[in-house]
Design a protein around this ligand. Structure first.
Ligand code: ADP
Ligand code: MG
Length: 628
């Protein structure tokens, strides 16, 4: 419990004790009124003040207003009747505050639990110091420091293994139970658990920039982006509360007037005013106001446990309505790790062509560049390369050892007016020109991700209508990959801007309820990620830019997770709707009972607190997503 909650608890106890004590004090009249006002003000002063503030700001109709008018009304009624029965008004305020306290406690606690359940925040990092291991705060570790991670410990900071071999449990990050083997030279991300061997890791990031911190930031800030369901509640309250107030007013006025005018009976003002006040207490929408954001929060927490980061509840909602999924090819459906299959029509020796290619590509983060550098295999001396220009969807141009090297696809060659020779093999082709002379091409090929086909089937099974692949790669490769993984449509040889255009064209044809998701690695496709209704990025391989631009990040780049994310979002939205219907349903029943005088204020406040507790418990279910 925090300070505020403790203070509230004290107020509740003091007011309750006073209320009970007063029931044994036989006073009447003004003194009785004054004595009873003490517990009433102790427990309700903040509500009265908030209601007053609301009236001054012309935002009258909220739950504070409802509680204030209901309890003040009940007190006035007791004065008018001279019954001296103020207990009910005070009790209503008291239980309302108990409910509020429970809610703030439950929300605070479940937020903390969600972070704890994710269980990825490291508490310390080990640094070797003269043969001894010293535990330090991960925040204080500088980039380039060598840290030691013992078996059983969490990797606190992103880095590269410099010594040791081990297998890592990445399940907290990716939801994947299969361990990952690592040895010297491998990059590892924080949040994994080291299982078998001792690892020495050279850190490549500060703690604040490391994967764990980023994930926790994302999850903790996710709920600040409001979804439509949450907006709905705000709008609903704007109409609902005034409607309830008018209904209450009608209930207080119309039946007594009808009794006088048409039935010739006594008006029974106090009965009807009491019913109207009860009606107001019942109509307080607390359960809705609290359980909906909590459901989203739990859904986001559950998704992150499965290795899917969702950046806001609005995205969870959009995800649940996804009907079209558009994929980028390289790095998304394929691994983005190219093998060199051959070097053809060369007027230079193979070794030399590869060297020029690798050097020209030395500054690019495109999977093709990385693969060429890997195939070259030797240390790259960057001082040999100048004037690097990367042309998205085309290739690169650079000066290597003073000569101009162009490496890219046919579009690049066309642009530079260099005649090239086509390749009859299926694969991605890197045409090479030196000083404007064609020198041959490098044939490279990518591997389709093992889960790609299954992922597309799973999407169809989860109700996705159309799957589309967009790529900048050559037609032949694109068609082959499309056929192998089984997408419905494929469009190839697209520049990044063409991809945006394609996505816009598809979005025009669909209805507004059907949402389009774009899945990419963020290299060349950040604009599309932004343009789609929802952008899903590959987090492990994807660039930081992709993770920034995306709305949903898949931690382990497994396309299978897209369908899983959709199922998680559906479950969460299902819970949100259950809570809305349940809360409104119970309210309606109570309102009707109240209008007929069957429900009194006591029942009303118990129903309210009860509904809230059930709705909160239901919301927490959104956290459990393993079996989806
Ligand atoms: P994808 O749509 O498959 O992700 P991109 O849009 O990133 O592909 O690139 C499309 C094509 O542009 C590649 O297949 C390649 O022919 C060419 N290309 C892009 N970047 C480079 C590069 N750095 N080096 C060589 N070729 C490149
Ligand atoms: Mg790409």
């Amino acid at each position: 419990m925090n300070k505020k909650q403790k203070k509230m608890l004290v107020r509740i106890i003091v007011a309750a004790v006073l209320l009970i004590a007063l029931s044994f004090v036989p006073v009447t009249g003004v003194l009785r009124f004054i004595l009873y006002m003490i517990p009433y003000l102790i427990i309700g002063y903040d509500i009265l003040m908030k209601a007053g503030k609301g009236i001054r700001n012309h935002q009258i109709f909220d739950e504070n207003f409802l509680m204030a008018i209901a309890t003040v009304g009940a007190i006035v009624l007791a004065l008018y009747d001279q019954s001296g029965d103020y207990t009910e008004a005070i009790a209503v305020m008291l239980f309302y505050q108990v409910g509020e306290l429970f809610q703030s406690y439950a929300v605070g606690k479940s937020r903390r639990n969600i972070s704890e359940l994710m269980d990825i925040r490291p508490d310390y990092a080990n640094i070797e110091n003269g043969g001894n291991l010293e535990q330090v705060d991960p925040d204080e570790v500088e980039i380039g420091t060598t840290i030691v991670v013992q078996p059983g410990e969490k990797v606190p900071i992103d880095g590269i293994v410099v010594e040791g071999t081990s297998s890592l449990n990445t399940s907290a990050l990716t939801g994947e139970s299969l361990p990952r083997d690592v040895s010297a030279g491998d990059e590892i991300i924080s949040g994994c658990i080291n299982m078998t061997g001792l690892l020495k890791i050279q850190t490549t990031k500060e703690f604040g920039e490391s994967t764990v911190s980023k994930i926790l930031d994302l999850v903790e800030n996710a709920s600040s982006r409001k979804s439509k369901s949450e907006d709905f509640i705000a709008k609903f309250a704007r109409i609902y509360t005034p409607a309830v107030c008018i209904a209450a007013l009608a209930l207080a006025l119309l039946p007594p007037l009808a009794r006088i005018l048409f039935m010739g009976l006594a008006p029974q003002w106090d009965t009807w005013i009491y019913r109207a006040l009860t009606f107001l207490v019942i109509s307080c929408p607390c359960a809705l106001v609290i359980s909906i954001p909590l459901s989203f929060f739990a859904g986001i927490g559950g998704a992150s446990k499965a290795g899917v980061l969702v950046k806001g509840s609005n995205y969870l909602e959009t995800l649940s309505q996804t009907k079209i999924v558009v994929f980028d090819k390289t790095g998304t459906l394929t691994q983005g790790v190219f093998e060199v299959n051959g070097i053809h029509h060369n007027t230079l020796e193979n070794e030399k062509i590869l060297e020029y290619a690798a050097l020209a590509e030395s500054a690019s983060s495109h999977p093709i560049s990385k693969s060429l550098q890997r195939a070259y295999g030797k240390e790259i001396d960057r001082s040999r390369v100048q004037d690097i220009q990367e042309i998205s969807g085309n290739g690169v141009i650079a000066k290597v050892d003073g000569v101009e090297v162009a490496a890219g696809n046919t579009k690049l060659m066309d642009k530079l007016h260099i005649p090239y020779i086509d390749c009859h093999h299926v694969g991605t082709i890197i045409h090479m020109a030196i000083e404007g002379e064609y020198v041959g091409h490098i044939l490279i090929s990518d591997i389709i991700k093992p889960h790609a086909k299954g992922a597309l089937e799973a999407l169809k099974a989860s109700g996705v209508r159309t799957t589309i692949m967009l790529t900048g790669d050559a037609r032949k490769v694109a068609d082959q990959v499309a056929k192998e993984v089984g997408v419905d449509e494929v469009h190839s040889e697209l520049l990044p801007a063409d991809k945006v255009e394609q996505v816009e064209r598809i979005m025009e044809k669909k209805s507004a309820q059907e949402k389009l998701a774009f899945v990419g690695d963020g290299i060349n496709d950040a604009p599309v990620l932004r343009r789609a209704d929802i952008g899903i990025a590959m987090g492990a391989m994807g660039s930081d830019a992709a993770i920034e631009a995306a709305d949903v990040v898949l931690m382990d780049d497994d396309p299978m997770k897209i369908a899983k994310a959709i199922r998680i979002s559906r479950k969460c939205l299902g819970i949100v709707y259950q809570n809305i219907i349940f809360a409104i349903g119970v309210k309606l029943i109570c309102l009707i009972l109240g209008a007929f005088g069957i429900a009194n204020m006591w029942l009303a406040i118990f129903a309210d607190v009860g509904v809230m507790i059930i709705a909160v418990l239901n919301a927490i279910r959104a956290l459990f997503v393993q079996k989806l």
